[in-house]
Design a protein. Structure first.
Ligand code: C2O
Length: 580
């Protein structure tokens, strides 16, 4: 079914050395997406929607420069799209995948072929459904290896493993999603976290299927850790073992030694781990960093997923050692990890910080309230029943179009789908992070006035340099929002707690070796400054990667104009682009 043509042709390697040219391959996969996979998990049976009958779905392995072709057949009863999280999609925006942004969904019974070339990036990324909550089960890893003749900017590992973290519900996730809309407080929390699809020994009925890897004493392993969970940031730790971070979001970092890794949903972290402990068994464990603070505190899934590392030659009966994980609200550990990473200057695909800045934006990110407005006056679950949670950027709560994608509307000049007046600044200035606002009984008129439902995009001219201060608000509840930008990596120039101060904070920008990412966990009750160059024409959504916040409207879209030449212009859509 799946062909890894690029990794099975030794002649390609030989040729590329002989002529010192890079011979790229076409890597082709078929995704059959069906909702008939039966999973025994947590003492019950679930029928899930899955790709090629596996959870997680197939791992895609390519080399930088390859063209990836994925034929997606939607045999499920749901509308479907697939997004290739973190792939630049240079001039291939039609393949990006967010529903109603770059394409209409693939309707049940239909198919679409995603085709794009992967250039200018290598490392660990992933793919996932980008419509409703389907990504809970429709997701997998996407690994970009160096092109032949190039190597990692670190000692090559002896072996490598994908550690794909996920989130699991003991119910049909589309029903969970619908229920969440009705209650107005979002979907119920999950029943488990998973490592490569498995919850692990700390959950009932799971120990037989726990994910296990074997290591040899003295060897070095590359772990490609991905947070594919929907609604939780996750701490990840290995008992007794240090990790050295070498990349994040498929961008190399200065090696950073740590005993804990934190990943917002959507983020990836590559670490080297040396098997240097006494031969035995050790747990790897992941559990939530629950940064949300409000009155009353929001519920969260406080369970822990585990997998087991066993040394070859260890006694088979040895009980694994469990790591001590940070506290659920350990924001200092969170901030230490996130702010300690730096980019690997002059490493492969290192890009200097672009400048001067053409577009200066200040964007508030946070929650709000809207009238419940359920059909048949069904009350929402917020006390009083009259209000529902929402979320916004600069007070605009983003609603996706339903009849045409934003990219088609832009490309074909069809009006009435969106407006291009997304504001560069919030309409009202206030003490954004004042904890007093962090409660559900914040005056409804204030919270409602902070959330207007709209479909507003920001138009950018080709190659403009964009700087955005992302400012978390305390309204209804503060929380660390993992903000993801499609189509680009950005540099993270600075981050901190409280309200951003344009004078003192801008003097601390790291313009030398900032980390490059596609997803930033904006500190809870704080801010972060990102910068990117809009060199890729298309329509690129920027949104909170907490799945329920995307549905609440924590998003906007950048419509980036074509450049001056055909080589800098978006080609027309493929013939099979799905229609609404
Ligand atoms: Cu990983 Cu817009 O998504």
């Amino acid at each position: 079914m799946a062909q890894h043509t690029s990794l099975t042709l030794p002649c390609v390697l030989v040729l590329s050395f002989a002529f010192s040219v890079v011979l790229a391959d076409v890597v082709e996969h078929s995704f059959y997406v069906e909702d008939n996979m039966i999973v025994n998990q947590l003492c019950s049976q679930q029928v899930i929607t899955a790709v090629n009958g596996s959870l997680p779905g197939p791992t895609i392995a390519v080399r930088e420069g390859d063209t990836l072709v994925v034929h997606v057949f939607n045999l499920s009863p749901y509308n479907l799209t697939i997004h290739w999280h973190g792939i630049f999609q240079y001039l291939s925006g039609w393949a990006d995948g967010p529903a109603y942004v770059t394409q209409c969904p693939i309707l049940p019974g239909n198919s679409y072929t995603y085709k794009f070339t992967i250039t200018g990036q290598e490392g660990t990324l992933w793919w996932h459904a980008h419509v409703s909550m389907l990504r809970a089960t429709v997701y997998g890893a996407l690994v970009i290896y160096p092109t032949p003749g190039r190597s990692y900017p670190f000692t090559p590992p002896d072996d490598e493993f994908i550690i794909l973290l996920g989130e699991w519900w003991n119910s049909n996730v589309i029903d969970v999603d619908e229920q969440g809309k009705l209650t107005g407080v979002g979907p119920n929390m999950s029943d488990a976290f998973t490592i490569n699809g498995q919850p692990g020994d700390l959950y009932p009925c799971s120990s037989d299927s726990t994910y296990k890897i074997n290591v040899v004493y003295g060897k070095t392993y590359l772990l490609r850790i991905i947070n594919g969970a929907l609604d939780d940031q996750l701490f990840f730790k290995i008992a007794n073992h240090k990790m050295v971070v070498v990349a994040a979001d498929a961008a190399y970092t200065t090696p950073y030694e740590t005993d804990v890794v934190l990943l917002g949903p959507g983020q990836t972290t590559d670490v080297l781990m040396v098997a240097d402990q006494s031969p035995g068994a050790y747990y790897m464990a992941a559990r939530a960093y629950a940064s949300a603070k409000s009155v009353p505190p929001p519920p969260f899934d406080n369970t822990t997923a585990t997998a087991i590392i066993t040394y070859v030659g260890a006694q088979s009966s040895s009980t694994p050692t469990m790591p001590v994980l940070p506290g659920f609200d350990d924001k200092d550990t969170a901030q230490r990890f996130h702010s300690s990473l730096t980019g690997l200057v002059n490493g492969p695909f290192w890009r200097p910080v672009p400048g001067p800045v053409d577009e200066n934006m200040f964007v508030t990110v946070g929650l709000g309230l809207l009238p419940c407005a359920n059909p048949g006056n069904i009350p929402c679950a917020i006390p009083g029943g009259l209000l529902r949670l929402t979320a916004s950027m600069n007070n605009e709560s983003f609603r996706l179009p339903t009849t045409l994608s934003i990219l088609e509307s832009h490309f074909n000049g069809v009006g009435g789908i969106y407006t291009d007046d997304f504001p560069d600044q919030p309409p009202v200035t206030f003490d954004y992070t004042n904890q007093q606002f962090s409660n559900l009984s914040v005056p409804a008129n204030i919270a409602i006035s902070m959330s207007r439902v709209s479909t507003k995009v920001k138009r950018l001219s080709y190659n403009s340099t964009v700087q955005i201060v992302l400012q978390n608000t305390a309204l209804v509840g503060i929380e660390s929002h993992p903000i993801h930008l499609h189509g680009y990596n950005f540099h993270i120039l600075a981050q901190g707690f409280g309200n951003y101060d344009p004078v003192s904070d801008s003097s601390n920008f790291n313009l030398y070796n900032p980390q490059e990412r596609n997803t930033i966990a904006v500190p809870a009750g704080g801010w972060a400054v990102i910068r990117f160059q809009a060199n890729n024409p298309g329509a690129w959504i920027m949104h909170c990667h907490l799945d329920m916040h995307l549905e609440f409207g924590l998003a906007t879209v950048f419509v980036v104009e074509n450049g001056p030449t055909p080589e800098t212009s978006l080609p027309p859509p493929p013939q099979d682009l799905p229609q609404c």
